[in-house]
Design a protein around this ligand. Sequence first.
Ligand SMILES: *Cc1c(COP(=O)(O)O)cnc(C)c1O
Length: 230
Amino acid sequence: MTDFAQNLSSIRYKIQDACQAAGRPSSHVNLLAVSKTKPAEQVRAVAALGQTHFGENYLQEALDKQAALADLDLVWHFIGPIQSNKTRPIAESFAWVHSVDRAKIAQRLSDQRPAHMPPLQVCIQVNISEEDSKSGCLPADVAKLASTIEALPNLNLRGLMAIPKATDNPVEQAAAFNKMQTLLTELKSQLADNKQLDTLSMGMSGDMGTAIAAGSTIVRIGTALFGARG
Ligand SMILES: *Cc1c(COP(=O)(O)O)cnc(C)c1O
């Protein structure tokens, strides 16, 4: 059995530690529990420990879990690649989407967000390491996509998300995260009216400390909390 209480407290400790090292208040870094491939019962067990924000990558799996956990007050984040024919259920069932990477997806999410719900909180996913195989908007295209999103009534642009190229080299990790921080700073001056442009969604189980040093405000943690995926 995975000891969720133990894992959660060691993650919280790591976040605190990294914040202290970076001279940042630990309240500025939020933990997103990434529950993809893990059953609803495990999400329920983690929720019972006080965790409220959960991230999912696969739409149908996420919808099934949301239905099984409808009695809980959880905040769901969609963090996976988005096909345009799947935008409606995403717009209807999530509070946040971290993986908006093109105008067409943004437009559809805004059009399909139900009127009775608050605006969808979105991040632009940036292909920060400019890998051919990765989804995400290229760094050079972020400004234009951000302007498009700002003009959409049912989306609230909160910031940027990235999954940098996998590497164990902390210097390379830091370089990618620092680029993200620079991009967010540029975006803030471009969209000076947007007071809620406050989010850098970056850092996973293997690199959360480096991400926090570079200004991450949401770390997305799967393996370190739920254990390895099968
Ligand atoms: C799976 C996943 C994570 C969690 O990764 P771990 O290494 O298991 O912590 C974070 N972000 C995204 C987008 C993912 O797909």
